[in-house]
Design a protein around this ligand. Sequence first.
Ligand code: TPP
Length: 632
Amino acid sequence: MVKQPEIVDYSVLEKVNFPQDLKTLTIAELNTLAQEIRDLIINTVASRGGHLASSLGAVELALALHFVFNTPQDKIVWDVGHQAYAHKIITGRKESFSSLRKQGGISGFPRREESIYDVFNVGHSGTSISAAAGFAQAKCLKGEKDKIIAVIGDGSMTTGLAFEALNWAGDSKKDMIIVLNDNEMSISPNVGALSSYLNRIMTGHRVTKLKADVKGFLKSIPGIGEHIVRLSQQVEESLKTFVVPGALFEELGFTYVGPLEGHRLDYLIKNFENIRDMEGPVLAHVLTKKGKGYRFAEEKPLDYHGIPPFDVDTGEPLSSASVFPTYTEMFGKTIIELARADRRIVAITAAMCEGTGLEQFKQNFPQRFYDVGIAEQHAVTFAAGLAVEGFIPVVAIYSTFLQRAYDQILHDVCLQKLPVVFAVDRAGIVGEDGATHQGLFDYSYLRSIPHMIVMAPKDENELRHMLKTAVECGNPVALRYPRGRGVGVKLDQELKTIKIGRGEVLRKGSMLAVVAIGSTVYPSLAAAQKLAAQGISVEVINARFVKPLDSALLLKAALSFKKIIIVEENVLQGGFGSAVLEFFAEKGVKGAQIKRLGIPDEFVEHATQAQLRHKYGLDEEGIVRAVKQMIK
Ligand SMILES: Cc1ncc(C[n+]2csc(CCOP(=O)(O)OP(=O)(O)O)c2C)c(N)n1
């Protein structure tokens, strides 16, 4: 039972600041500590938002690993890092945990800048085994004996990168330990052949446990019990071979240990002590429950994977002020509308069905929906194959995760000019998830590829028309839209196509032009309105396309205005503003003063979207300031 913050008893946690403090505790105290840490995590996430279910599932794992191993000399590499809150709490960040994901506070993911116990920066799935292999190799070169432990979830284990790393690690025979944290869930239930394999191991484990229970019961029956047990020996042998646990990993060169129950500290500690003394690559298969210890999260781990602030007692998210649909929801609705009219449209997600708004599509068109697991590269090349066969695949992936599929976009889609639509969600500033999750590079990495069309809607209504345009244009297209709610505009009755490469003038002005795209259009309009009241007349152009640019519109603006401001939520290097500058240089445009607003050459840390837009001058106030400076 979760208690309210004011009555929470943290009597054991009070004594623990660093891993060495664990080593003086009894198992009973460690169990109490696990409960106290859970309370702290639940209460903190309830007020700050964050990754709840995964972290609750990994509390005993974090405690047992830090208890047994000599961290930070022994290195624990967390995969993704969204499950590492307990690790943070017992490695010197108990007090600062209340600042989780706040601007200037601690990050939601392990960060080397934050603690020596965070040995590798993470946020994207599947990196831990490769990084751990690198650490193991380095130890070998340096002649050091410290232990290297990668902790990876069953979802992340399905990434191509994890397989590449297993392939290397199993063969290299380096001392390293992989802890497979298996809760049968990715964000939604895990998918794929590996997941089925792990499931069979677990089923086998349950069968073995059941056998032991039944045997115990039979033996207790006076007279006949022993006899029945002897008769059942044969059956038992065949049951044993029902599953050879971990054979796959053994074949790859690992010593397989497991499956281990992941919420029994005494048992986990004993097993990790044995594993610590083993040589070569070891895979410890640990079974955990996502959401462990918080009823709502255990019942609905998907809803509590990443969650905004919520009420601890009811589990309900605290109400959001806006009732406008999100861009994701609008995408989800529109793709269904389009798919009804065109049977060639299929949808692909890389383990983010809910996050990308495809649940309804999945319900409506189960045969035309594919969750490929955390496999962005495969998702894109799989789409290319479908496109060659005449289908129109819509691949919905967050901007930050699409980075992983760059070569597939270039080599498998664009080189063959295949009509694959990339629904690039969470593009721009995403907020509290921080540097690993900001979607600030896609204009730059997509617009440089031949044949690619890149567009961004100013609002949720335009998103609908752009999606129709994208599926009908017969080209590789990236449609990028931000995290969060739309601006609440009226939705047109009918979907219509937009002319490729055509922007629009939204507001006429005489002194200066602001050329905006995507989420920066409305703040630019608001800025223009504010400036008009001060006698400053600003024209606002919605560019719509990063590629191809609306050359006529841009040339006209360059001729009519001596001053132009370009606004984008993307890095300045190679982004939309760069594209316009390149175009002006090519056309020999002279004498225009041009200022670009966007993200400078740095990674953007965690804070709310509003705080970050403010910090980088991409909100109304920043645009007003930039205009005033330019006309001064
Ligand atoms: C490359 C990449 N794609 C997608 C994601 C989004 N994501 C974050 S956690 C997660 C599920 C991870 O599942 P698992 O490794 O089993 O960890 P669990 O949450 O179950 O503990 C996904 C898909 C990501 N972080 N990185």
